[in-house]
Design a protein around this ligand. Structure first.
Ligand SMILES: C[S@@+](CC[C@H](N)C(=O)[O-])C[C@H]1O[C@@H](n2cnc3c(N)ncnc32)[C@H](O)[C@@H]1O
Length: 357
């Protein structure tokens, strides 16, 4: 595996495999055997490109804490405001420069999140209460209706994907590195995938991708931090919501309202899936002075922002939105650049939270 590509902007975090280790305290007991290369002899560190489930020493944790607190001098309020007001412009610039070359398709998606293609995985049983026919009946819709739609009609029967039986929304979809693999892998004829991003440049790249198929997918511009903004489908219509390295891009003050708004979109029994940066990830420790916006929240050289979560913070956000924990684990990985003899400690958090039936 190649070392992560580092620029003065976003880290190519999502090129990494998502191998994680089962953690009984995470409530996750059925995880596949994946990511089982453990570093038992430190002298062997440069023998492989990556090591799984790396334990941090006390000194390492202490040094990370010290580095973060030394850097905790927030930028002045006017700078903060500018980064907040122009957040989508910075991401537009990012996608204008990188187009679809930056975030790579990820192979770990379906091992970590089998909910994205449940027919390929016998562990997953959609909850009996969450069938789309129920939703359509609640909305007075006939399940056999055409998939054509008129998004502005305001008619709940006539929203994109209204006749689907399994609906997934990806928020902060970028150029579709999760959406297109889902469409390719999950060939359930009842599947419909929505995806949104507040970068109109990213959404345009999704829409102009040759694999974009309006019969199976609908991309739209949406600002997650605007909890009042409407969605092109009614509440309680989604089986799955996916957030991959997107919540961390929001201002921490906006996170709770955004997650609570998203929770309303889930059917009873539906799940929210998240993978994002964990506290003291290499990317956090690499920030230089003058980049801190508030505690554990930073702005990169290209104007995009990033927060580094603890498991407890995410648990609090999801449960305050009325969701129940299915999984909340930390994925600690040691990546090695053998050529440069560099070690990089990555910390990612992975969560699944369900809406009660
Ligand atoms: C690190 S990228 C991850 C992109 C994609 N999820 C992936 O993994 O390839 C973060 C994405 O979140 C989007 N984003 C940031 N803030 C957002 C917001 N408030 N509403 C919607 N999308 C947002 C950015 O435009 C960007 O596409």
């Amino acid at each position: 595996m190649a070392a992560p590509r580092i620029t003065d902007g976003v880290e190519a975090e999502s090129t990494e495999t998502g191998s994680t280790q089962p953690n009984p305290s995470s409530g996750d007991f059925k995880r596949p055997q994946f990511g089982t290369r453990f570093l038992t002899d430190p002298r062997q560190v440069f023998q492989h490109n990556a090591w799984d489930n790396v334990e941090w020493t006390e000194e390492q944790e202490k040094a990370a804490k010290k580095k973060v607190s030394e850097n905790n001098h927030p930028l002045p309020p006017e700078k903060q405001e500018e980064y907040d007001n122009r957040a989508n412009e910075y991401w537009n610039e990012f996608y204008t420069i990188h187009e679809n070359r930056f975030f790579k398709d990820r192979h770990w998606l379906f091992t970590e999140f089998p909910e994205l293609a449940p027919q390929c995985n016998t562990n997953h049983e959609p909850h009996p209460d969450t069938s789309s026919s129920d939703i359509n009946q609640q909305n007075g819709c006939d399940k056999k209706q055409s998939r054509d739609f008129a998004p502005s009609s305001g008619d709940n029967c006539d929203f994109p994907g209204s006749s689907a039986t399994y609906r997934i929304l990806e928020v902060g979809c970028g150029v579709g590195n999760t959406v297109f693999p889902i469409l390719k892998t999950n060939n359930d004829s009842g599947l419909f995938v929505y995806c949104c991003d507040f970068s109109s440049t990213a959404v345009e790249l999704v829409k102009t991708n040759p694999e974009y198929d309006l019969n199976r997918c609908f991309a739209f511009v949406h600002d997650l931090s605007d909890a009042e903004a409407s969605f092109p489908f009614p509440d309680e219509t989604l089986d799955v919501i996916v957030l991959i390295f997107v919540l961390s891009a929001l201002h921490p003050d906006k996170m709770q309202a955004s997650i609570s708004r998203l929770a309303r979109l889930l059917k009873p029994g539906g799940v929210m899936l998240l993978r994002d940066y964990g506290r003291y990830d290499m990317a956090q420790l690499r920030f230089k002075k003058g980049r801190c916006l508030s505690e554990n929240f930073y702005v990169r050289g290209d104007g995009t922002r990033v927060y580094f979560f603890t498991q407890d913070e995410l648990h609090e956000l999801f449960t305050a939105a009325g969701l129940e924990k299915v999984q909340n684990l930390v994925d600690r990985r040691l990546q090695v650049n053998r050529g440069k003899q560099l070690t990089m400690y990555r910390v990612w958090i992975q969560c699944k939270y369900r809406k009660a039936s």
